[in-house]
Every structure is written in structure tokens, then in C-alpha cells.
Design a protein around this ligand. Sequence first.
Ligand code: PLP
Length: 414
Amino acid sequence: MEQTIRRALPVDPPPRLLMGPGPITVDPRVLRAMSAQLLGQYDPAMTAYMNETMALYRSVFRTENQHTFLVDGTSRAGIEAALVSLLSPGDRVLVPVFGRFGHLLREIAERCGAEVHVREVPWGEVFSLEQLEEAVREVRPKLVAMVQGDTSTTMNQPLAGVGDVCHRHGALLYVDVTASLGGNPFEMDAWGVDAVTAGLQKCLSGPSGSAPISLSARAVDVIDARRSTEAGLRADPDSEEGLAPRAARIRSNYFDLAMVMDYWGEQRLNHHTEATTMLYCARECARLLLEEGLDEAVARHALHGSAMLAGVQGLGLKVFGDLAHKMNNVVAVWIPESVDGDAVRAAMLGDYGIEIGTSFGPLAGKTWRIGTMGYNARKDAVLVTLAALEQVLRAAGASVPVGGGVQAAQEVYA
Ligand SMILES: Cc1ncc(COP(=O)(O)O)c(C=O)c1O
């Protein structure tokens, strides 16, 4: 034990360019924000940061929703908080699945005790509005829960009109935008989304560990009906009487969004101890994105995503999925039969310090996923990755056109 402690050197990770489906290399400005000293939970400087963070994420999500804040934890924490707070046991939920993260929504909804109805399209495709409307009409759910960009397939589900369909049939719409936010258009209010959750580790140039969330007034009504208050918090214990929820109590304490909203709201009612460093981080990620401009950030992801797509095609590689619906920030590439996919990834990492991603489920071992997102949606990152991939593929015995990747990407930039 003592020896281990003596041998543990200060953290000094090797230099890497993270070009997978996320996490990606963090913007140095975000790292600097994370090294700032902590504040007490009720310090006016801290509550001012909390309020600013809420305002920043209203702009990021393009919403007027008052209840826009952070859930402490990775993106999955945001998903779990939204679903466990919105879904009571027995509630009907429709989950349109077009990849791994749709299955995750299904699983979490099942754990909430909901009656889950799944509709699926093959990996590499998305749903049409008509397909979604038909499913909503058949299932009559309380909630439709879906992913916008599913990194497992690289597909970006069109969402315009989906909120209207849900509301016409009395359902709420929840969307997971972890992988797509900042790199692809997202319009919470214009699209009628009632609950949205995200993460920082993709197009927002941060690490994972904080999940921005926003809730419409409709979603807040559902959650409010389930509101309960922990005993021992209020100065007057009698005031705790009558605080039993009107509907089924939320089955998680940590992810009870009614309590988390009280903590972020005017009352500042104690719940968890805010993860201050992650709040600094989330605030800086939003500042960076808004300083650049949301439309400009989406255009940057579209440009570098197109260059990467052209580049891998220029290397003679085939691309997975319906390109008309590909996310701007990631591409899935079929691994040529003649090469060992894991050995190529290992050589990219070992010789060039570049990480590209593997895949899940039906695509495991068949495709690599290459990201161009957040801080790494940059020309130099794209060109260096393509140049390295060419060398590694050739060394692995694949026949690839000399300079074909870099040249095709440069043509996109020309
Ligand atoms: C669409 C989507 N949802 C959820 C997650 C889970 O995020 P986390 O690993 O931060 O919990 C990911 C991670 O890649 C994702 O791409």
C-alpha cells in the first residue's frame, strides 16, 4: 500500500487528440475555469454563478423556460433525472429507438416502472414524422422519449413538428441531445420540446460530469404534482405537514427534479452539495458556445464534419448510414475487411496520439467512429487525423490512395 502511494506520480496524461465519438479534447479555457477556487453553497457569488448558468443554458437550448439548470453527474444522470421525475409507475411511454441510446431510454423508463412501448427503425436510419405520429396515435403515451443524435449510429433525428404531434395527442416530449447539442440545430421552444438533457463532452468542448437540463411549464406541472420535501429542512416542522405529493412520489431522491428545482430556485432549499467545479465548467462551455454564436458553431461542425466525411471517402473507405441524416459531428466508417480494426485504432493511438472510436451492438468490430466535435472541430485536427489514418492503413496492408484523404478534405476547405 505504502509503496503504491510512493509510486503514484502526479497526474500527467500523455498528449492525445481525441477524435472519437466523445469525450473529446477539452478546450483549455474550460480547463482553466475548472481550476478556480470553490465558493460556499450560499455565497452570493455562487448563487450569482448559478443564475448566470441558468440564463446561459436558456440561450444554448433556445428556450424561455425558467427551469433550466444542471444535474450533477454525467449525461446519463440528466436522462435518469428527467425520466424518473416525469414517469410514474404504470405511465405509458413511447420510445422510438434508432440506436443504442434509444435502448438506454427504454431501459431507464422500464426501471421507472413505466409501461414502455418501443418502435424501432434499422440502425443507420431515422423516423419520419408520419411514423412517429402513427406510433403516438396507437400508443397514446404520457411521454415520448427519444434521442436527437445517436452517436452509436451517427444519425440525427429530425425533430421539427414532433412536439406538435405529441401535444396534439396529449403527450409530453423528452429529448436527449447529449451528442448533438452545439453541433447540430436544436430549438427547444420552436420544436415544442418539454424536457431536454445534455452533456458537455461532445460539441460543448468540456469533460463529462454535468448534465444541463431544461423543463417546459407542462413538464414542471407533472413534476410539481409529485413534489415532496425532505423532513428536517424547514425552520417550522409544522410546515412540513401537508407536503405529501398529490401524485406518486418520485422514486429517487438524488434525481428528484422537484427538489433540485427548489435548490436552483429562489428558495435555495438544500438538496445535494453543488459540484461547484463542474458548474464553473458548464458555465464556461456555454460561454464559449454563445461567444462563437450557436449558428456559427453548427456551421463549423458542418464544415469540419463534411471535410472528415470527404477525407475518409477520399481514402477509399465506405461510410455507414443514411448520409442525409448524419450528425455533423461524427462519421461511422466501415472497417476494410483486410485490416484488424482494433490494431488500426491502437496504431493511431500509439504512433500518432490520436484516438478514434470503436462501435457498439450490431456495428461492433465493423465500423470505426470518427468525431469532429467541440474543440476538435478544427481544420488541423481533421487533416492530421486523415494523414495518420492513411499511414496506419497502408502499414496494415490496405491499399489507400496516396494523399487521398487530406486532398479530399482540402477540397472541402478550398
Ligand atoms: C446520445 C447519448 N446519450 C447519452 C450518453 C451517455 O452519456 P454519459 O456517458 O455522459 O452518461 C451518450 C454518451 O455517449 C450519448 O451519446
